[in-house]
Design a protein around this ligand. Structure first.
Ligand code: PEP
Ligand code: MN
Length: 264
């Protein structure tokens, strides 16, 4: 089985998942080169070296912003040449794999594609680690089976990502399932990253859910952050400002070491 054969210590640059606490931050979607450069500079100032950068957005409504597509890929190419950042981005079509291998340091599979088995098989051949989001209607077992697809088809570098599941509670977009972090850590060696942004759907919960995720054993966070969150073209309500991000980082520096992770 997957899990015992993988060490989980995925290394990217100077960072090792499960030893270091990894913070991945950035906007919901790439909107412009200026926006991404501004965010890249803010992250580097804070010694955060993993940038969230989504050129394609799988949206519930076809009328919502779908991402900049190829223009977004060109922006990432420029950013990579200019900044020492590791870029994490969602793939929605396996035909894009060659360009994702070239441009991204971690390839994200979104919640809606967790059981897109042909995409998972194709990503078995990816040259990059895959960050596999849990489907919002998927059990922990189904999530781990999806990880096994990647493994079986050749990719042992899988990072699990809990992003909340759909429940009857209307005050949050989803419900962050803290148990799944513990279960995934108990049943696998794979690192587990937590996305409180898509779980909560509202920015006032992001800090508390982030800290709870650390205490549940998370190896990292995926956070939606913008310079001017209210102006975000998608997911503005859950996107935090850099001042809130600073507050979270300050606490993480103290909290993560208590749970065995380096965070500097
Ligand atoms: C995202 O992280 O950009 C995203 C769309 O999240 P999810 O797939 O978890 O809904
Ligand atoms: Mn989003």
């Amino acid at each position: 089985m997957l899990i015992s054969e993988s060490s989980g210590n995925i290394r990217i640059g100077n960072h090792t998942f499960r030893k270091d606490f990894i913070v991945i931050a950035g906007p919901c979607a790439i909107e412009s080169r200026e926006q991404m450069e501004e965010i890249a500079e803010e992250l580097i100032l804070r010694k955060v070296f993993f940038l969230r950068a989504a050129p394609y957005k799988p949206r519930t409504s076809p009328h919502s912003f779908q991402g900049l597509g190829e223009e977004g890929l060109a922006i990432i190419r420029e950013l990579k040449a200019k900044y020492p950042l590791h870029v994490v981005g969602e793939i929605v079509d396996s035909r894009d794999l060659p360009v994702y291998n070239d441009l991204f340091d971690i390839i994200q599979v979104g919640a809606r594609n967790m059981q897109n088995f042909e995409l998972l098989k194709a990503l078995g051949k990816a040259k990059r680690p895959v960050l596999l989001k849990r489907g919002f209607g998927s059990t922990v077992e189904e999530w781990l089976h999806a990880a096994e697809y990647l493994h079986k088809y050749g990719n042992r570098e899988v990072i699990l990502c809990e992003r909340g599941i759909r429940t009857f509670e209307p005050q949050t977009r989803n419900t962050l399932d803290l148990s799944s972090i513990v279960l995934a850590r108990n049943h696998t060696e794979l690192p587990v990253v937590v996305d409180p942004s898509h779980a909560a759907g509202r920015r006032d919960l992001i800090a508390s859910l982030s800290f709870a995720a650390v205490a549940a054993g998370a190896d990292g966070l995926l956070l939606e952050v913008q310079v001017d969150p209210d102006s975000a073209w998608s997911d503005a309500r859950q996107t935090i400002s850099f001042s809130e991000f600073d507050r979270i980082l300050q606490v993480l520096k103290k909290l993560a070491p208590l749970f065995g992770k380096k965070c500097d």
